[in-house]
Design a protein around this ligand. Structure first.
Ligand SMILES: *Cc1c(COP(=O)(O)O)cnc(C)c1O
Length: 370
């Protein structure tokens, strides 16, 4: 089989070379590659405008975005206390959600998800609150809004911080406003496989300006002047080449979104009704970032994946495994719903260039299997 006929689960969006070159020419003219350069400043303003948010900070990747948010909000801190701080999170997500907590000395406590929206279930969050709980870290999984109102109530009642891992939720609106406005902070990943990307990169959207100001110091080693270092920092800066990629893609974002929506509609029209799809929360827009389908059993998933593979189509069991099953030093909290969903889920290929011929080939196999 030639490489051309392979359908991968995703392909990075590549902007026009001409457009990218224009930004790169500017970098060569200025000879400024990193440390809050002109393109990073420009991308910050353009993203705040596009997303409809304030207090956005660009960083080098989505995992550091989470870690910086924990530090700024005092969820993890350098002065390790006697008791290990805990954050309540979901096991139905990408590993970085939980591993970033553990890496910062915060114990991820898994609470189970809602079986329909696949986001953290507020009732299950409250049951996990202890005197060591400092934060809730929900994920807007596949871009679907969490029950943000209930989560805010629980956080207020127990005096907890809320950080949303919004890595899938680029551009999503809830009740007509950016979903990223919820929580003390919301983080984005601009990894190559995401809807909007900078090859590697990410951002944090803070609720409060003073948190943004502290984060700016933390991502640059805590350096605040030529001869002053004020806080314990790290290196999490975005560079100019990353920003050039981001600006080029942002220039073409409408085209990117429209082509993804076309693929999404191509699937929806021909899906057998035995399949279950994610229930999108009320008042939430959809960004067409993923196309997850829920099958009847794990056996069906394996059957579908292998049949598709024979035809050169690669799907991904995403998210699998459920993070509460991992043996990497997480406490064991058994989440039955997350385990069940993770065992039966598959993400179908979704990227701008996927044509109707490819979509039909995939749909045919899906019908055969269910
Ligand atoms: C991609 C992703 C991350 C990690 O982002 P990186 O930029 O790859 O570090 C974290 N959480 C979720 C939900 C993601 O999808």
């Amino acid at each position: 089989m030639s490489n051309n006929s392979i359908i991968p689960v995703t392909k990075p969006y590549l902007p026009s070379r001409e457009r990218l070159n224009k930004y790169l020419d500017g970098i060569y003219d200025r000879q400024w590659l990193t440390n809050n350069g002109q393109l990073v400043k420009e991308l910050t303003v353009r993203l705040e405008e596009y997303l409809g948010v304030e207090n956005l900070l660009l960083v080098s990747n989505g995992t550091l975005a989470l870690q910086i948010a924990y530090r700024v909000l005092g969820i993890s801190d350098a002065k390790r206390s006697e008791q290990v701080p805990e954050a309540i999170t979901t096991p139905f997500t990408f590993i970085a959600t939980a591993s970033s907590l553990k890496w910062e000395g915060v114990e991820p406590i898994f609470a189970d998800i809602n079986p329909f929206t696949w986001c953290l279930e507020p009732k299950n969050i409250e049951a996990k609150v202890t005197e060591n709980t400092r934060a809730i870290l929900p994920v807007h999984v596949f871009g679907n809004a969490c029950d943000v109102e209930s989560i805010e109530k629980i956080a207020k009642k127990h005096n907890l911080k809320v950080v949303y891992d919004a890595c899938h939720a680029f551009g999503v609106k809830y009740k007509g406003e950016s979903l990223l406005k919820w929580g003390d902070a919301a983080t984005l990943s601009f990894h190559a496989t995401k809807l909007f990307h900078t090859a590697e990169g990410g951002a944090i959207v803070f609720k409060r300006k003073e948190d943004l100001e502290l984060a700016k110091k933390l991502i640059n080693f805590g350096i605040t002047g030529l001869e002053s270092i004020e806080v314990l920092g790290i290196n999490a800066k975005m560079n100019e080449i990353q920003a050039a990629m981001g600006l080029s893609i942002l220039d073409e974002i409408e085209n990117n979104l429209a082509t993804r929506e076309r693929v999404w509609m191509g699937y929806i029209g021909g899906l057998p009704k035995e399949l279950t799809l994610q229930k999108i929360s009320e008042n939430t827009t959809y960004n067409f970032a993923y196309f997850p389908i829920l099958l009847k059993s794990e056996a069906q998933v394996k059957n579908l994946a292998s049949k598709l593979k024979d035809k050169g189509v690669l799907v991904r069991r995403y998210f699998y495994p459920s993070l509460d099953t991992l043996d990497i030093n997480f406490l064991s909290n058994s989440c039955a719903i997350s385990r069940d969903i993770a065992s039966r889920i598959v993400c179908l290929p979704l990227y701008s260039e996927l044509n109707q011929g490819g979509i039909d080939k995939i749909l045919e196999t899906v019908k055969e299997v269910v």
